[in-house]
Design a protein around this ligand. Structure first.
Ligand code: XMP
Length: 327
């Protein structure tokens, strides 16, 4: 097992050559650590777990078992992309778990943000543990721990660096091939492993996903409207060349309605809030000054394509005083 301390002599991985050298070294280290053993990985589709999956697939092929849990709070197209990239293109041993009803049923009627987070975290571990218990012969657990996780856990910023971490009762030996890397290095390695750009350069996405953007008690219809509005925002940012430039951008749908008019009839529907912020480490954030023409375009599309909404607002609040997410 690797140490938890990044050696001073370790070069920052900034070039394809350095990434290739890292990949080669890690493949050998993984093969040495696990031999013919089986390794389990919770694959969210985020950068870190995707890079770990791609490394392990190269090192041990089907002895890696990836579990992708769809908790219903992912963005449009995400579960499909995980299946396409890992099962179809990389021929991974991938278990896809449709746990949408399980999560949404547990979340029904729960409006407190922290209670929602707790339910999502706990349910995730239970679903994952259920899958692990169905398998036999697993000895190792791979995780996408990265160096800032280790530093933050040492500082006491995070209780445990295995955020979204696995149950204590799991008696698996950990495989953490990117644990000495910073985020930018993980991306360079991911690119060299052939992962698609929209996975490698993905904006930060919270573990509880759309759950914290469907403010208050989540309902399926409002969640669906949120997912569609978010997809439109991302699509328009892509087309305008803002994807990869703006740090984080998303939509929120609060739990209230207001009046509107459509086809000569009164409506009573939700507003969609747009948020686009720039930040370095998420401790503070400034507002992206989106051109008005783009705001109009996004507004027009959301109002005509998304069911159940009749207003679009732009959140101009920096962090502090606001937080990036709405709950
Ligand atoms: P806030 O809203 O605190 O967000 O300004 C700062 C950054 O953290 C992300 N975030 C989360 N990430 N689980 C996560 O994994 C969470 O519960 C969570 N809440 C916020 C947020 O998207 C932003 O990048």
């Amino acid at each position: 097992m690797q140490t938890d301390v990044r050696p001073e002599s370790m070069k920052r991985i900034t070039t394809p050559e350095l990434a290739q050298a890292f990949i080669k070294e890690q493949i050998e280290a993984i093969q040495k650590q696990v031999g013919n053993g089986k390794v389990l990985l919770a694959l969210s589709g985020g950068v870190d777990s995707s890079v770990v999956a791609a490394l392990l697939i190269r090192a041990i092929g089907k002895n890696l078992v990836c579990v992708h849990v769809n908790h219903g709070l992912l963005r449009k197209g995400e579960p499909e992309q995980v299946i396409k990239v890992f099962r179809d293109e990389m021929d991974a041993n991938l278990i896809y778990v449709d746990a949408v009803d399980r999560f949404l049923d547990k979340l029904a009627g729960v409006s407190d943000p922290e209670a929602k987070r707790k339910i999502i975290g706990k349910e995730f571990i239970e679903v994952f543990a259920d899958e692990a218990n169905k398998l036999s012969g697993i000895e190792y657990l791979a995780q996408g721990t990265i160096y800032p996780d280790i530093l933050e856990s040492k500082d006491g910023v995070k209780a445990h660096h295995n955020v979204g971490g696995m149950p204590e009762e799991f008696d698996f030996e950990l495989v953490e091939p990117v644990k000495l890397l910073y985020k930018d290095e993980v991306r360079v390695v991911g690119k060299e492993l052939g992962l698609p750009d929209n996975m490698v350069y993905r904006q930060p996405f919270p573990g509880p996903g759309l759950g914290v953007r469907c403010v208050g008690a989540i309902t399926r219809d409002r969640l669906e409207a949120l997912r569609e509005a978010d997809a439109i925002l991302r699509d328009e940012f892509d087309k305008a060349g803002l994807a990869g430039k703006v740090w984080q951008y998303f939509t929120i749908i609060p739990d209230f309605k207001s009046t509107g008019i459509k086809d000569g009839k009164r409506t009573f529907d939700w507003p969609v809030v747009l948020r686009a912020v720039n930040s370095v480490d998420a401790t503070s954030a400034t507002i992206e000054e989106i051109p008005y023409s783009l705001l109009h375009k996004i507004t027009d599309r959301i109002l005509s394509e998304v069911k159940g909404v009749n207003r679009v607002l732009y959140d101009l609040s920096p962090k502090p005083v606001a937080t990036i997410e709405w709950e």
